[in-house]
Write a protein that binds this ligand. Sequence first.
Ligand SMILES: C[S@@+](CC[C@H](N)C(=O)[O-])C[C@H]1O[C@@H](n2cnc3c(N)ncnc32)[C@H](O)[C@@H]1O
Length: 197
Amino acid sequence: MQRREFIRRAMSAPLLGAPLVGAPLLGAAGAALAQPQSMSPRRVPDVVYVPTPQEVVETMLRLAKVTRDDVVYDLGCGDGRIVVTAAQRFGARGVGIDIDPDRIKEAQANARAAGVAGRVKFTNGDLFETDFREATVVTLYLLPSLNLKLRPKLLAELKPGTRLLSHDFDMGDWAPDQRVDVGSRTVFFWRIPEKKA
Ligand SMILES: C[S@@+](CC[C@H](N)C(=O)[O-])C[C@H]1O[C@@H](n2cnc3c(N)ncnc32)[C@H](O)[C@@H]1O
């Protein structure tokens, strides 16, 4: 998918955490009361929040053949849907990282609502500074440039055999082991190769 199409999806995504419609009429104090408590990310996110459709989430997890023995990491987890689905539908443990504290609060609430809070963990942090070596499955929905920036860290730190999935964006000249289309979306699948001596 082209960056332009991703931006179009971002613009048409629901404005989560947006002020209530009537808030401006209430004045500053009233608006503060009317809006949900919101915290700023520690720095500007590298990519805006656009959720992966549930059908694509399930395709990603099925392609990876996730089981209860897996630890699924979603780097830039948004509302936590990939990690929550991995725990709820596939019995896995999961970890989600997001730079935006509001997304983390939302993900934790979603995990509680799904009854999987004991199997998942959501952490507010920068995915480029995260230790994800325990992962057996890693999922991404970032941007082509971010995939390329992350690629050396993924290859250096993930165990050989770890399954890596990316919604819509490839890894440049690292050819995927599999590629599946879901309507207008694409899921790319790689296995981390053995380390070179
Ligand atoms: C396109 S959304 C994908 C959300 C989720 N993975 C999904 O597929 O539904 C990208 C997410 O990455 C987060 N993000 C952006 N830059 C980040 C960074 N450097 N570290 C951690 N999270 C980041 C954003 O806040 C956003 O929630």
